[in-house]
Structure formats: C-alpha cells, structure tokens
Design a protein around this ligand. Structure first.
Ligand code: COA
Length: 215
C-alpha cells in the first residue's frame, strides 16, 4: 500500500493496546521482543506508556484503516518529561511492579532498573535537542516511507511546542534504525556516557544546532 493510503493521525485512548503490542513486536533491537522477558508488558510501560499518558498531543499513529500499525511518540521537553515521569507515571505503576532491584541480573530486572531511572534520559551533550522520540512500525509496513512521514509529523509538532531539536537514543546493534535516522536527516551526537546507546540529533528548522539548554 502506498504511504498516502495509510494515514498518520493523532493518538486516541482506544489505540493503547495496539501501541503496546507494536512496542513489544519491535522492541528487541527492532525485532520481536515476545519471549525475551517474563513480563514483556514492562517494556511498553517504559517506552510507550509514559508518552501516551503524559504527552498524548505528541503521540501519533499510522492507521491502516483497521488499527494502528506504527507510531511515533515523544516529548518536546525531555527535562520536564523526566520530572513528570517521576511525579505522575511511576506512582501509577507502584502496585504493578516491585521496586527497583538492588543489583539487576536478569533481563526483567534490568528493565525494572530502567523503569525506575528516568534521569537516564538526561545527557548534557543533548541540550541542543530538548525533544526526543520513539518510532516503531510493524514489519509488514516497513520500508514504504511511513517512518519518514512519522518523523516529519513529530518534528512539526515538536517545533510547534517550542523544541529546536529532537534526539533519539538507539541501540548500537540496531544498525538499520541508525541508517534510517541518518537518511531522514539526523546527525550523530557524541555523548560521553551514553548508557549503552548511541545518539542522533535533528534540528526542527534544518539549521545547525544552537548549543546551550537545560538537559
Ligand atoms: C526504523 C523504522 C522506524 C524505519 O521506518 P520505515 O517506514 O521502515 O522507513 P522509511 O521507509 O520511511 O525510510 C525512510 C528513508 O530511510 C531509508 N532507510 C531506511 N532504512 C535504512 C537503512 N538501514 N540505511 C539507510 N537508509 C535507510 C529509506 O530507504 C528511505 O529513504 P528515501 O526516503 O530516501 O527513499 C522501521 O524500520 C522500524 O520500525 N523498525 C523496527 C523498530 C525500530 O528499530 N525502531 C527504532 C528504534 S530506535
């Protein structure tokens, strides 16, 4: 199906289950994470839920006419998002998961540690890119231009919300996503202590970044 045949639209609460499903089915370095964790919902409670809950106006889905088959979600202000995540998102999960593990060893424990450490999103080198996003498209819809349109939609909304730049954190082994980001305009950003990720940045006006900010 051509890109125009699969519209991008704003997120609606009824999309939540589909977005969680897409997050899991693309959550292992771009591949299906089903079976990788004992409680795979935790993955979506880290990388999808807080955005849908705290930033619904910056959440967009690719809709094949039946249900969402891709999404882009994020925030225009990572520092403010981290504060809200701690104040409003984590308390909602208090009865669902145990607290942060003291010394994580299993894949689920590492995810739990990630859940409880939103400050991992704050890196001084990313100050010129205060927004960040997560994008995932189901395999059957990849490679057809939908990812580019989703990034463009998010960039427009983030710019309207006042963000001069957007960053993404990518697994070093997800070389496909790294190629995609650079193809749609992102540039590598050096982050000294990247917490196991590599970073890319995109200015929302297409100009080189202006340094200085609050991250
Ligand atoms: C990464 C992802 C979002 C890209 O979306 P997509 O719809 O497949 O990408 P598009 O078809 O819009 O590609 C846009 C452009 O990037 C190019 N591109 C895509 N992958 C590329 C790669 N690995 N290397 C170089 N260019 C690439 C395309 O050729 C296209 O170029 P063009 O517009 O000049 O023709 C999608 O593949 C995906 O969801 N993957 C699994 C989940 C994932 O890894 N998410 C990112 C986690 S950080």
């Amino acid at each position: 199906m051509s890109p125009v045949g699969v519209p991008v639209r704003g997120y609606q609460p009824g999309d939540l289950a589909a977005v969680y499903d897409i997050c899991v089915r693309t959550g292992d370095n771009g591949e299906d994470a089903t079976g990788k964790f004992e409680d795979v919902r935790l993955l979506a409670d880290i990388y999808a839920g807080p955005y849908l809950y705290l930033e619904p106006d910056l959440s967009f889905v690719l809709d094949d006419g039946d249900k969402p088959v891709g999404y882009v979600i994020g925030t225009a202000d990572t520092a403010a998002f981290v504060r809200l995540y701690r104040q409003e998102w984590l308390p909602r999960l208090a009865h669902t998961y145990p607290g942060p593990p003291v010394a994580p060893t299993t894949p689920d424990e590492w995810l739990l540690a990630t859940l409880y450490q939103p400050e991992r999103m704050l890196r001084p080198e990313l100050s010129a890119y205060p927004a960040h996003l997560h994008i995932d498209v189901l395999p059957a819809y990849q490679g057809a231009g939908h990812g580019r349109r989703l990034v463009q939609t998010f960039a427009g909304a983030a710019a309207q919300a006042g963000a001069g730049g957007i960053h993404v954190a990518v697994s070093p082994t997800n070389t496909r996503a790294q190629g995609f980001y650079q193809r749609v305009g992102f540039e590598p950003v050096d982050v000294a202590d990247g917490g196991g990720a590599v970073y890319f940045g995109l200015t929302t006006d297409g100009r080189p970044p202006i340094r200085g900010g609050t991250l």
